[in-house]
Write a protein that binds this ligand. Structure first.
Ligand code: ADQ
Length: 483
């Protein structure tokens, strides 16, 4: 992999410092109270690990536990396994509660997904969010030098650059927002809108998933902060505020396509996929894979499936929806209520339509092993990815990568960031339009093999071309303004 930033005229960067809410390790407590460290998985770690190993660097974040435990020792083991240094930011239970569950997930998350009525604008959350961002900045300042490039990830850490500038750390700092950025009329509901916007302008480069998000951000800056100039004609635009420039760009995140395709093609996955086919005979499998979150539109999806069975009764006994829900944020009451709502709908639909030998919905609420997830991707003729709003949605890309036989249809929400890239060859739907989604399911079910294959081939080609390595390279390769 090349790193154009190293060859540019830019300041020579010595090391890359990744900062994210969570460190890429998983700490688990055994039955005897002993702690285990496992490496984290996921596209971001896969893509960044080689860069960190090659040019040296570190990853700073919260190890994910507030328990009294020898964090330094455990993290040191994690560093050894990873091949690069991990540095923990230690949080107390109260800090984790108010900064993470509170400000990040009860304010920014719902607001940035256009769901302001779900926000709990508690001022105590804001105070703790500032304090924890400051704590992150202190750990960064203690562990970095002038020539390091600091790359901060996501909505938990919007204030880090501002804190670092306050400590007179003048190195280059980039920021990538994994979730959407809302339009002005929603963003201005945030009581701390000016503080957050001004803090974001302390980064040198801000990356968004889509042009929509980038433009929303620029409109907010234009409306709320005076005397700025900008130009949105390019993939990366420049905002000029008094005395300095900030680059603001579009960098759609992706997956390690080749690795997904390779693993999906393995014999063990093919065998598992055949077992799934045999267990659901004479049916096309429609697959939903979502983290437990109201932004993912799971109840709406179940209603659309019910509508499909009601309006297209020839599909009864011919399609099975396999809905996998990954446990998430269950400490927040709204997430527990959502789980109850989903389970109620599943049992209502199954109660109404089940016939001897056919159950319309198979529902799973758990984490799956990679091989099992890939087997479901391979076995499903149709993927139903219908978030109400989503930064990108990697499940849509993973499904296509794993569909090595190309016999699959992707039904995709127009409000997922992934729709920008995949709109032409998926069936694009409005997830709020129950009948529209049902029509798309009917169309996907009846789509000819040739049409499925040619659409899926094009989807796969486009995802392979812009994979996670392309994403890392294009962010890190971006020339930064001189400070
Ligand atoms: P998420 O909201 O978590 O990410 P998404 O992009 O769909 O959403 O990623 C989910 C990940 O979880 C996928 O990699 C998937 O493989 C994995 N997963 C799903 N079901 C699983 C299961 N049952 N067992 C194990 N793993 C499972 C946020 C934003 C997104 C953005 C990403 C990356 O909300 O919009 O795409 O960050 O920027």
């Amino acid at each position: 992999m090349s790193h154009p930033r190293d060859q540019s005229n830019n300041l020579r960067v010595d090391r890359l410092v990744i900062v994210s809410n969570r460190l890429p390790i998983v700490l688990t407590k055994g039955d005897l109270g002993d702690w285990q460290v496992q490496p984290g998985s996921g596209g971001l770690v896969t893509a960044l690990a080689p860069v960190l190993r090659d040019r040296g660097g570190l990853w700073i974040g919260w190890p994910g536990t507030v328990e009294e435990v020898d964090l330094d020792g455990l993290v040191a083991i994690g560093s050894q396994d990873a091949g690069y240094i991990l540095k923990p930011v230690k949080l107390t239970a109260e800090e984790a509660n108010q900064y993470y569950f509170g400000f990040s997930n009860e304010i920014i998350w719902p607001l940035f997904h256009d769901m302001q009525s779900r926000c709990n604008f508690d001022p105590a959350y804001w105070n703790m969010y500032q304090a924890v961002n400051c704590k992150f900045a202190q750990v960064i300042a203690q562990n970095t030098g002038m020539n390091d490039y600091i790359w901060v990830h996501d909505y938990h850490l919007t204030l880090v650059a501002k804190e670092l500038r306050g400590m007179e750390l003048e190195c280059k700092i980039g920021f990538f927002l994994h979730i959407p950025f809302p339009p002005l009329d929603i963003f201005i509901k945030l009581p701390w809108r000016l503080q957050i916007l001004r803090a974001l302008l302390e980064y040198d480069l801000i990356g968004f998933q889509t042009t929509r998000d980038r433009n929303n951000f620029i409109h907010c800056v234009e409306a709320l902060i005076k005397s700025i100039r900008y130009d949105t004609r390019r993939q990366v635009s420049t905002i000029t505020v008094p005395n300095r420039e900030i680059r603001v760009g579009v960098f759609p995140i992706s997956i390690d396509f080749n690795e997904f395709a390779r693993q999906a093609a393995a014999k063990s996955v093919a065998e598992r996929a055949s077992l799934l086919y045999e267990a659901i005979p004479n049916c096309q499998i429609i697959l939903g894979v979502d983290r437990l979150d109201y932004s993912k539109g799971i109840p709406e999806k179940l209603q659309a499936f019910r509508n499909t069975l009601e309006r297209f009764d020839d599909l009864q006994g011919k399609v099975t929806l396999v809905q996998i829900v990954v446990p998430s944020r269950e400490d927040i009451p709204e997430y527990r209520e959502l789980k109850t709502e989903i389970e109620g709908l599943v049992s209502e639909i199954n109660g109404k339509f089940t016939q001897p030998g056919w159950i319309p919905i198979q529902y799973m609420f758990r984490n799956l092993e990679r091989t099992e997830l890939l087997a479901y991707y391979r076995a499903a003729e149709i993927a139903l990815v219908t978030p109400l709003k989503d930064g990108m949605n990697l499940v849509a890309k993973e499904y296509c990568a794993a569909k090595v036989d190309t016999n699959g249809v992707l039904i995709l929400s127009e409000f997922a960031g992934a729709a920008t890239q995949l709109r032409r060859n998926s069936l694009l739907v409005n997830p709020y339009d129950i009948e529209g989604v049902a029509n798309a399911i009917h169309r996907a079910y009846n789509m000819s093999r040739d049409e499925r294959r040619s659409r899926m081939r094009r989807l796969r080609k486009s995802i392979q071309k812009r994979d996670i390595f392309w994403w890392v390279d294009s962010f890190l390769g971006q020339p930064l303004p001189i400070r």
